[in-house]
Design a protein around this ligand. Structure first.
Ligand code: ADP
Ligand code: NI
Length: 211
């Protein structure tokens, strides 16, 4: 059988099975979410996190992937029950060592922009990576698509710049994310997406007569 990327970086087969269970749990927990927060977001955040971890060899791949898989299952803004208890029970059942259970649960809690706009520089590298990956998925073309998907779902105004509109969300959050990235690897990966976001934003304002 061909080795996965995680196996090549020394993640044991047992741990790969644990990650598969966490993946199933996240997919199940997010299946009724709106398209801005569906499981495809998780898949992109996992893939971006592993790309960043590739450039940061001190990052533990198992912990990085576990936090990436679970980081939005507990989002209280979403129509999913508070899953922190469920995650803890699952990690126990899968016999993840206690210190790693705590690391993962703390990590999930500090990825969010709202809870943690400024990640302390001494946050574990795995948490910094997943937070960066989560932010990268909120900018660029995918970020634009997600913002409008979220707005459509909520019924927020789309083609205007009035308070509460989607383009105001660009100013309040999306356009700020690039400068908040923790790692140089993320800045490199996100530079083109940040430029595209700026371009889209300026074009949008021009088209509605505010540019
Ligand atoms: P985090 O998970 O970092 O807390 P959020 O859950 O607030 O981030 O946002 C995740 C996604 O939802 C992003 O793609 C973001 O653009 C979109 N989103 C959140 N709030 C709004 C809003 N008011 N208008 C448009 N999109 C939004
Ligand atoms: Ni997320």
């Amino acid at each position: 059988m061909e080795e996965s990327d995680s196996q090549k970086r020394g993640v044991s087969v047992n741990r790969i099975e644990i990650l598969e269970k966490l993946r199933d749990f996240a997919a199940e927990g997010m299946k009724n979410n709106d398209p801005s927060h569906d499981f495809s977001h998780i898949q992109r955040v996992v893939s971006l996190s592993l790309r960043l971890a590739d450039e940061l060899p001190r990052a533990d791949l198992f912990l990085t992937e576990a936090i990436a898989l679970l980081h939005d299952v507990c989002d209280d803004k979403l129509a999913f029950y508070n899953a922190a208890d469920g995650i803890e029970k699952l990690l126990q059942k899968l016999e993840v060592p206690k210190d790693e259970q705590k690391f993962i649960l703390d990590g999930i809690g500090s990825v969010s922009f709202r809870k943690q706009p400024k990640q302390p520089k001494d946050a574990p590298i795995e948490v910094q990576i997943v937070q960066d990956a989560d932010r990268i998925d909120a900018i660029g073309a995918v970020g634009v698509a997600r913002a409008f998907a979220f707005s459509g779902h909520k019924g927020y105004p789309v083609g205007t710049a009035e308070p509460g509109s989607t383009i105001r969300h660009f100013e309040e959050k999306l356009l700020l994310l690039y400068d908040l990235l923790n790692t140089e690897a993320a800045k490199k990966l996100a530079a083109r997406r940040a430029e595209f976001l700026q371009l889209f934003y300026r074009e949008f304002l021009t088209e509605i007569g505010e540019g």
